[in-house]
Design a protein around this ligand. Structure first.
Ligand SMILES: [Zn+2]
Ligand SMILES: [Zn+2]
Ligand SMILES: [Zn+2]
Ligand SMILES: [Zn+2]
Length: 320
């Protein structure tokens, strides 16, 4: 058993997924067989007329090839956008989720999605260039610089959209005045994966045009662009102010805010070390994840001197 498992894994990674001999598409469940055992995909099995195997001329059957289906389900397949640069591989059930957030997919203009009037489609890497050519008013917001919205009126629904590039990442800022909810909302979304979005937090500083000492600051996690801003607003996981408060920040129909987007330093390594320490350390300490590897060694020395051979023996077992 112990030797079989690694072999299985290696096979799953190395294997080239079988193609249907008729349509040449990569096989996916359900997979059917002819009378002599050739495997065909579902659509070819249902649609071939007459229902005869093109390889051996025997009849097709409704017999499934369960083992092959299992291999296909476990195998990691490359992203269909591989030729565009995506290096992601995944089991086929995860494909749909990934394609929603693959940064190498063909994308629509996000401004066109919100306001219409733009039919641009293209790759993420060309999106900022498109904005600089066609939507200059929607890509001029810069981190830590005052963004001034004009013609702001809390009696009218309104929406502002900015595309922001920070390091190699793209973000969308949405500001929405919602007279029905009587609220103004800000959210910053990362165009890309959920995980990358979660690695970023943003701050919104709303600055009063009437009194420079007045300011409200929000700190929130970024969402990715797979979720609609309206859903983020509905969940309340965004910067938001009641419109009667916003009034005090507007002057001459102008409203200002600053924003900051920060990447959160990765933390999982620290967690792994903590777990490792916990496993090696047999003594239940008062602070579970706290003790460093050095402490048990320091503890063992006095034990060798003071507590006798039994203490030493236990310690050796613990270390082995
Ligand atoms: Zn086929
Ligand atoms: Zn056949
Ligand atoms: Zn991809
Ligand atoms: Zn556009």
């Amino acid at each position: 058993m112990a030797t079989a498992k690694p072999n299985k894994k290696a096979a799953a990674v190395a294997i080239d997924l079988p193609e249907c001999p008729v349509c040449m598409e990569t096989m996916s469940a359900p997979i059917f067989q002819c009378q002599s055992g050739h495997s065909l995909c579902n659509s070819c099995t249902q649609n071939l007329m007459p229902p005869i195997c093109p390889i051996c001329r025997q009849n097709l059957t409704q017999m499934r090839n369960w083992q092959l289906e299992e291999i296909v389900a476990k195998a990691k397949v490359p992203c269909p956008n591989k030729s565009a640069g995506c290096v992601y591989t995944m089991v086929s059930v995860d494909m749909e989720e990934h394609l929603k957030e693959c940064i190498f997919r063909e994308m629509e203009c996000p401004l066109g999605i919100v306001f219409g009037k733009c039919s641009w489609t293209g790759k993420l890497k060309d999106m900022m260039e498109h904005f600089k050519e066609r939507h200059t008013d929607h890509c001029n917001a810069t981190s830590d610089e005052e963004v001034e919205l004009t013609n702001v009126d809390i009696k009218n629904d309104d929406r502002h959209f900015f595309l922001v590039a920070q390091t190699k990442f793209l973000f969308i800022i949405t500001v929405k005045i919602d007279t029905l909810q009587n609220m103004v909302y800000w959210t910053i979304q990362h165009i890309g994966s959920k995980k990358a979005a979660h690695d970023h937090i943003y701050e919104i500083h709303v600055l009063s045009k009437q009194n420079p000492r007045r300011k409200v600051v929000f700190t929130e996690h970024c969402f990715n662009d797979a979720i609609k801003p309206e859903e983020i607003f509905r969940q309340g996981k965004c910067a938001a102010l009641p419109l009667e408060m916003l009034v005090h920040y507007i002057k001459d129909k102008k409203l200002s805010f600053r924003f900051f987007i920060k990447r959160i330093p990765p933390a999982p390594k620290a967690n792994k070390n903590d777990k490792g320490d916990g496993k090696n350390d047999n003594k239940p300490g008062p602070k579970g994840p706290g003790p460093k590897p050095k402490n048990p060694n320091q503890d063992s020395k006095p034990k060798q001197n003071g507590a006798g051979p039994s203490g030493k023996g236990n310690k050796n077992k613990a270390q082995a």
